[in-house]
Design a binder for this molecule. Structure first.
Ligand SMILES: [Zn+2]
Ligand SMILES: [Zn+2]
Length: 367
């Protein structure tokens, strides 16, 4: 049995808080939200993140879409108003002249920017409730721009962006991002107020490399660990599929089969990677990845003992709204699970890998 007792009271209290809806996504909608047609689409003018092929389909979807659409529209209006006020600010003894021009990167140090940042965060929070590619992209664009304005990242946006990148299939960009922040996190003398300091300057890092940066540390960092674990699992799923085909086809795999695998690859790192697709024996890479994933699994389990149980059976952890979190608690699990869950659910077989690891480590039957 997993030991929930120490946090259980907190968890019960959270259940009385207003649950926040969560839409599980198994595949992002890229076309019309009613029929999924892909061309001649127009955007919902209010929220701008849902697409339709016709006025008819927009009207048919209105009842279901209305509530979240209005929330996004209103949150965006509040955000726009806060932005306009900041931009108009002339500065004075107690305030800062237009910080968008005078202090990008330093927003956390300027108290007047906080209502704006919170308002923009509310927009992101609602955008993340819509499972369209346009909504995920819009949430990511907001987060990346907020990080540009506030490099100190006091809001923890760095924990949200990677799940969105994975949902969008941008695995390499996700790895580069997560690796930079983990490096930054371990760099106690990094000055986030120095705009000349390197920022997100890791490009095309090797996704197959050992995850020591994330695992061999005194205080393992839950969100990046979850991102890296999923990323590695995606690689594993692709390499195993590729290996199966190679074993069946013998020494020479016909080009059209390679092309089919290429289009079905779950990881964008494998898709299009000739070096991997054409490699003769993938077994060493596969066993290397399996070892890395086991180590990541154990490190995650150490960082938060509730997270894998909840990944397999999320239940109402996806709709909980914990007020604050601290490392290792159920509340932390809930927040971090919500950030990354859809990227996992959108990857066929990924949660199954975790179930297998649970069986092996004997935590599967804990409830
Ligand atoms: Zn349609
Ligand atoms: Zn809308």
């Amino acid at each position: 049995m997993a030991d929930y007792s120490e946090d259980y009271r907190d968890y019960e209290l959270d259940e009385y808080a207003d649950p926040s809806p969560f839409n599980i996504s198994t595949e992002l909608v890229t076309g019309c939200s009613v029929c999924n047609k892909k061309d001649d689409l127009s955007r919902c003018a209010a929220c701008k993140v849902v697409l339709y092929c016709s006025g008819e389909h927009q009207a048919a979807h209105r009842k279901e879409h209305k509530s979240i659409c209005n929330k996004i529209k209103k949150a965006q209006q509040v955000c726009d108003k806060e932005e306009a006020e900041l931009r108009a600010s002339q500065g004075g003894p107690l305030s800062w002249a237009n910080p968008f021009e005078t202090a990008p990167g330093h927003f956390w140090g300027i108290v007047e920017t906080r209502p704006y940042m919170r308002a923009r965060f509310a927009v992101v929070d609602y955008q993340m409730k819509i499972n369209t590619r346009a909504a995920v992209q819009a949430a990511l664009d907001n987060i990346m721009d907020m990080l540009r304005l506030c490099r100190g990242d006091n809001m923890g946006l760095r924990d949200i962006a990677p799940g969105l990148l994975l949902s969008l299939g941008r695995d390499q960009a996700c790895y580069d991002f997560v690796k930079w922040w983990e490096w930054r996190y371990n760099q106690s003398d990094y000055d986030s107020g120095d705009m000349d300091a390197p920022y997100l300057d890791i490009k095309d890092a090797d996704v197959f490399e050992a995850p020591d940066l994330f695992t061999d540390t005194k205080y393992p960092n839950l969100s990046p660990l979850l991102d890296i674990t999923l990323l590695k699992i995606r690689l594993l799923i692709d390499l195993k599929a590729l290996q199966r085909v190679k074993l069946e086809a013998g020494s020479h795999v016909p080009q059209e089969i390679l092309d089919t695998i290429n289009t079905h690859a779950v990881s964008s790192v494998v898709a299009g990677n000739r070096e991997i697709l054409e490699r003769k024996d993938l077994a060493p890479r596969i066993s290397g990845l399996e070892k890395q994933i086991r180590k990541l699994y154990d490190t995650v389990q150490k960082a938060n003992k509730y997270i894998w149980l909840a990944m397999v059976r999320p239940g109402n952890h996806l709709t909980a709204r914990p007020a604050y979190t601290s490392a290792g608690t159920i509340r932390e699990m809930q927040v971090k699970l919500q950030y990354v869950y859809n990227a996992w659910a959108e990857t066929p077989g990924a949660i199954g890998v975790i179930e297998e690891l649970q069986k092996r480590s004997g935590t599967a039957r804990a409830t």
